[in-house]
Design a protein around this ligand. Structure first.
Ligand SMILES: Cc1ncc(COP(=O)(O)O)c(C=O)c1O
Length: 414
């Protein structure tokens, strides 16, 4: 008992971030502690979460189905709206089928932990085979924690390759003797913003007869002409690929899914406890997310604006003495290094009404702290100018942007 008290005291003294209360969610403007802010660290990339169309769809869903489903889908909770959402997601990803989970975290945990258990599960159900099935995962060192946890829980052999180092990956694949190999990668890396080289990964997957699992949490709705994500971005379809996405970022709601071939979907439905032994997202969410899928398809101007903002920010930052970790996705992190300096920078931006997350260990390696800037379709050029000028630290920054601050009633002027 006493050890928990000691640990809690010590951890608290380390200034580890445990969240901050907000009064409204960023779209990208929001209020907190009675002040207005503009967020440059929100996953609500397309500003869908508070859009009228999504709210109306959720309201219709609430009226049709009520607040929750109170059952897992294997029992009485398999409402038709879930199937409808799954069909839409599968079609968007050009896959046979999709399987929904309550969150993206749970999708990774559930699918990655259960796939290597498939043969054990089948044998319990009477399947016989002389062949011994063995499994191994090969994961990028910067994969999201839900991936690393899922792999660890699977009990399968695992190897980690250096970030984006395909030679290292190939050496590991070459050495492996297991019967089933699975490469796992983030699509857009959540803390670095760089994009996995999917065509090269797929080539390796083909050469070594391997499945490729891609977590496209930050690419779904954002990458590709129609928002189809990383596969559409590279113009790739492959039966080898299991596509995982979240509905909690560009889609503006909550939930996770995998889109895949029907036999894999069938295995997940039958053998994955995170699908079968828990309730899923509420039905009004599913109704809203069906609409979000349509909006992502029907309103490409949201994506166009997001990318215009991304390019504008990168261009404006090129004059400043900051090091950008990567510049090819809406996540454009500024590398700071020292944890306390990153926190201090985020705090001083906050004083100007700009919200930016300082990301630090354990989310990124020690001494690799950063400001995780995420561009948004709802940013104006003036928002971006104000951020860049504030980062430049010009004394006259506030004076120059006074009209902007007054108009938006942001931060210090509010
Ligand atoms: C790459 C990646 N995968 C998975 C997740 C988990 O998604 P969710 O928030 O839907 O649980 C996140 C969330 O931050 C993520 O960045």
């Amino acid at each position: 008992m006493q050890e928990f008290v000691e640990m809690a005291e010590w951890l608290t003294s380390q200034n580890l971030h445990i969240g901050d209360r907000v009064e409204s969610l960023p779209d990208p403007n929001f209020t907190a502690h009675g002040r207005k802010y503009v967020s440059f660290s929100t996953n609500n990339y397309l500003s869908l979460a508070k859009s009228t169309r999504l709210i109306e769809a959720a309201r219709r869903g609430l009226e049709a189905y009520g607040v929750g489903n109170c059952e897992s889908r294997l029992l009485g909770g398999d409402l038709g709206i879930y199937g409808e959402l799954e069909r839409k997601l599968a079609a968007c990803k050009k896959k046979d089928a999709a399987v929904l989970f309550a969150t993206g975290y749970l999708a990774n945990l559930g699918v990655l932990s259960s796939l290597p258990q498939t043969s054990k599960y089948a044998r319990i159900c009477g399947f016989t085979s002389a062949r011994e099935y063995t499994y191994a995962y090969f994961g990028d060192e910067f994969n999201h924690i839900s991936i690393r946890e899922g792999i660890r829980m699977s009990g399968a052999a695992r190897a980690t390759y250096r970030h984006l180092d395909l030679n290292h990956l190939e050496a590991l694949l070459k050495r492996s003797t297991v019967s089933t190999k699975i490469i796992v990668t983030d699509g857009v890396f959540s803390q670095d913003g760089d994009i996995a080289p999917l065509p090269d990964l797929l080539q390796l997957a083909e050469r070594y007869d391997t499945t490729l699992y891609v977590d496209d949490a930050h690419g779904a709705g954002v990458l590709g002409e129609h928002g189809g994500g990383i596969a559409e971005h590279f113009g790739i379809t492959s039966e080898r690929m299991i596509y995982m996405g979240t509905l909690s970022k560009a889609y503006g709601g909550i939930g996770g899914f995998v889109a895949t071939e029907s036999h894999i979907a069938q295995i997940i439905r039958l053998a994955c406890s995170a699908y079968g032994f828990t309730s899923t997202l509420p039905p009004d969410q599913a109704a809203a997310l069906c609409e979000a899928g349509d909006m992502i398809r029907d309103e490409p101007e949201r994506r166009v604006r997001l990318w215009e903002n991304q390019r504008y920010f990168v261009k404006r930052m090129s004059d400043l003495p900051y090091r950008l970790v990567s510049t090819n996705s809406p996540i454009v992190p500024i590398l700071v290094g020292d944890e306390d300096v990153a926190d201090g920078l985020a705090r001083s931006l906050g004083e100007f009404g700009i919200h930016v997350d300082a990301v630090r260990f354990p989310a990124v390696p020690l001494r690799k702290a950063r400001l995780r800037i995420q561009l948004n379709t709802g940013h104006t050029k003036q928002d971006i100018d104000f951020l860049v000028d504030t980062l430049r630290g010009q004394q006259h920054c506030v004076g120059r942007h006074k009209q902007y601050l007054n108009e938006r009633n942001v931060g210090i002027i509010a």
